[in-house]
Design a protein around this ligand. Structure first.
Ligand SMILES: [Zn+2]
Length: 129
């Protein structure tokens, strides 16, 4: 299936600029080693092993804003379900490899999301190797 994940969405940019302002340095669009899947998180903290996704409300079927286009509804339902399954698969695989996975919806407050990311990253820095 084609990669439908949207890059550099306004929600993602809003989160990234806040992370930057908090002094956090991350990498983007990294192909993570040792994964069977093609998981490519939006934001990656390689040393702390934290990845962040900002999921679009439509493409990832957020519980508050999920919609299905009226034309080709069946096709869209399958497509959107497949996206959700892939999200779960990627999250499970990343966690199994020792990554902390943070997922936010595009409708979430980026300032709050940034603080959660900061807290997670800092807590992982204190962990011994
Ligand atoms: Zn939403």
């Amino acid at each position: 299936m084609a990669e439908t994940r949207q890059r550099d969405t306004p929600a993602e940019l809003a989160l990234r600029s806040r992370l930057h302002r908090l002094g956090l340095r991350y990498r983007l669009n990294v192909r993570l080693k040792g994964l069977a899947s093609r998981a490519r998180p939006d934001v990656v903290f390689p040393s702390e092993k934290v990845v962040v996704y900002v999921d679009g409300c439509f493409w990832h079927s957020c519980p508050e804003h999920a919609t299905v286009p009226k034309s080709n509804a069946e096709w869209w339902i399958d497509k959107l379900k497949a996206n959700r399954r892939r999200d779960s698969r990627h999250t499970a695989e990343l966690k199994a490899c020792g990554w902390e996975v943070l997922r936010f919806w595009e409708h979430e407050d980026p300032a709050v999301a940034a603080l959660i990311v900061q807290q997670t990253v800092l807590s992982r820095r204190r962990l011994p190797d």
